[in-house]
Structures are given as C-alpha cells and as structure tokens.
Design a protein around this ligand. Structure first.
Ligand code: CS2
Ligand code: MN
Length: 350
C-alpha cells in the first residue's frame, strides 16, 4: 500500500498534527525546516527535533518538502559551488537523522504560481486558479509580486534583478546547471540513503520570459538519465503535469515506475479552462481533467508503495488557512485516494 501523507507547515500551521492524525488511513507527514535561510546547511539537531515532534503525534516524517535549491545554483554563478556543498551537507544531515525522501524543484525564481487564490466555485467553496492572460498583463517591473505559499519572498528590486539574470539563461543552460547539481548531489544522496524527488514545474511552461524545463515526459526521462539511480527520482505531481493536456499521466507513471523513479506522489485534480488556464478542484475525477482512478491504478499496478499526499484542496466549510493547504478538503481527498487504492488492489486480486 502507498503511504498516505499530509503536508504540515510546522507549529505555525493552523492545521495541527492531532487533526492530521485523526484523518482515516493517515500515516505520514510532509514538512520542512522553515526557519533555515535558503542555501544554509540544515543542522542535524533541528532535523531530529522536527522528527521527534512529528513522531510524538503517532505519524512518520515521510518526506521533507522541500530543501530549496539556491538561485545561484540554478543560475550557475561562481557562487554555485558553495551552495552545492551546503546542499550536500544538508542531505548528509537528513540521512543521519533518518529521513529517507527529499522533494525539491528547479524552478527559477517562482515556485508554484496562480493568478487567483480564492476563486469562488459554484458550490461556494474557493480554489486556486491560473490564467495566462492575467500573467501576460502583469507589469512585473512595477509591482511587488509575491504569493503566499512560497518558501521564499523577494523585494521588488531583488525580483527585478533575478528576472534580468534569468532572461539571459536559455533552457539548455538551465539543464546544464541541473546536471551539474545532480552529478554532485546524487552520489551523496546514495551514500546517505536519502531519495531525491524533483517536483515538476508548476505551471509547466515559461513565465515572464524565464525558462522552465521540468514540464513533460521527455523532461522527466532526461532528468532521470542524468544520474541513473533510484535516488535520482521524481515527485509525480498530477496537478502540475496535468496542466499540459498533452501529458498522458498514467502512461508516464507506468514508464517511470518500470525504472523505479517515482519517489513521491502529489495527487491533485484540475479542470482545464483552455490554453494555459486551469482551475483547482476537489480531488475526485468527475470535477476535473485528471482521472484519479487511472492514476491510482497505474501506481498500484506499477508496484508503487512510497509516500503520496493530496496536493492542494479547496477551502470549504468556512475554513481559513494557507492557500491550498486547509484541513478539510485535503482530508476528504486523502480518504478518497485510499478508497480508490483499496478497490483497485482488491479487484486486481480477483
Ligand atoms: C507544492 C510546491 O504547493 C505546491 O504546489 O507542490 O510548492 C512544492 O512544494 C514545491 O514546488 C516542491 O519543491
Ligand atoms: Mn505538487
């Protein structure tokens, strides 16, 4: 069986570990150290403390999401090596504390991006929405663009400076910087027995003239080949990859599992609204374009037994909290996913 898990933003999260523990079938926590600046080494003691806190609630610390990759690494500057060395030490420290899976992404400047955080759905619940049209109209040089939920925030000057630098970076240059990063970090991950899981770019296309590369099947295949090891794996995020209708998600899962390259799964449903536009919806298949039954079937039949979490949920029942990360809708999503899994496993045994 897959290990059902739940993202928790630490002590400041409105959602408490005790709440999460009460969700049926819940086994694990996905979290991070939120007070270590990006690029610095994560101290072993702090990791151990976090693990103890999680375990005291009766759950396992299943995945660290994320250890952010410093922009200097993605830009491939002369400072990159220092940050790569720090990253390696963080991986060693995580291994020493008994952590076995780490999620990260290689998106320049922006992590996940949405143009509306509280779009009201017909039933009165709210969900996140993305429309390219709004992004294209955005005057980035004159506005402070910040979104809740990101691990990092920038001032307007920092943002303009970074964007300027990336506009000179081609897709191939970004690939080279990712290659250098993986060639250095994966051998350490193997040694430390910590599986890495790159998160696809969300949304999976360029924004503001900045390249994004982890967008489709070809890209995932390419990443996994850079260093050919199960420790160099993927976070299969159905919402991110599903935003491009050309991505055949179940087929991608089957092919990645044959090579044992899926280390973590984010299950999220989205309704496609047209070219480069989508609405986040409840997890069941009928609300969007992600066929959750086919996703879970591909995972079960491919032998996936690693961590999975409901990724994002709507805000329902008047809940307020981190956008996409309330308790109720994600809890419903988790149980729905476990239901699909049970049915598929039992059916396959007949
Ligand atoms: C997450 C990402 O909320 C989300 O959409 O999937 O923020 C994710 O944590 C990072 O991209 C992974 O590094
Ligand atoms: Mn995701």
């Amino acid at each position: 069986m897959m290990e059902m898990s739940f993202r928790w933003y630490g002590e400041l999260d409105k959602v408490k570990l005790e709440n999460i523990k009460q969700i049926p079938c819940m086994e694990g926590i996905v979290t991070a150290l939120y007070d270590v600046p990006v690029g610095e080494v994560w101290p072993v003691e702090k990791i151990q403390k976090l693990k103890e806190t999680v375990e005291a609630s009766g759950l396992r610390l299943s995945v660290i999401e994320s250890v952010p990759v410093h922009e200097e690494i993605k830009l491939g500057t002369e400072n990159a090596q220092k940050y790569i060395d720090n990253y390696k030490q963080t991986i060693r420290n995580l291994g020493q504390a008994g952590i076995d899976t780490v999620c990260y992404n290689f998106m320049p400047v922006f992590d996940w991006t949405r143009t509306e955080m509280e779009f009201v759905l017909p039933d009165g619940s709210t969900g996140l929405r993305y429309e390219q049209e709004t992004i294209d109209k955005f005057d980035i040089e004159n506005n402070d663009l910040s979104l809740p939920g990101w691990d990092v925030s920038y001032t307007r000057d920092e943002l303009n400076d970074l964007i300027g630098k990336y506009q000179k970076i081609s897709h191939e240059m970004l690939w080279e910087n990712l290659q250098k990063f993986l060639e250095e970090v994966i051998p350490v991950a193997i040694e430390a027995e910590v599986k890495l899981a790159i998160h696809p770019d969300d949304p999976p296309w360029d924004m503001f003239g900045i390249p994004r590369i982890i967008t489709n099947e070809q890209a995932l295949e390419r990443v996994t080949k850079i260093v050919d090891s199960p420790y160099n794996g993927i976070t299969f995020c159905t919402g991110s990859l599903g935003a491009n209708s050309e991505n055949d998600l179940p087929a991608m899962i089957r092919s990645l599992l044959k090579k044992n390259r899926i280390n973590f799964v984010h299950a999220r449903n989205i309704a496609l609204l047209g070219e480069k536009a989508f609405q986040e919806v409840a997890h069941p298949s009928k609300y969007g374009n992600v066929d959750m039954y086919e996703i879970i079937k591909a995972l079960v039949e491919g032998g996936y037994e690693g961590p999975i979490r409901p990724d994002h949920g709507r805000m329902i029942w008047g809940e307020a909290g981190n956008y996409g990360y309330g308790l109720y809708d994600r809890a419903l999503g988790a149980v729905y996913l476990k239901g699909l899994e049970e049915a598929i496993i039992k059916d396959d045994k007949k």
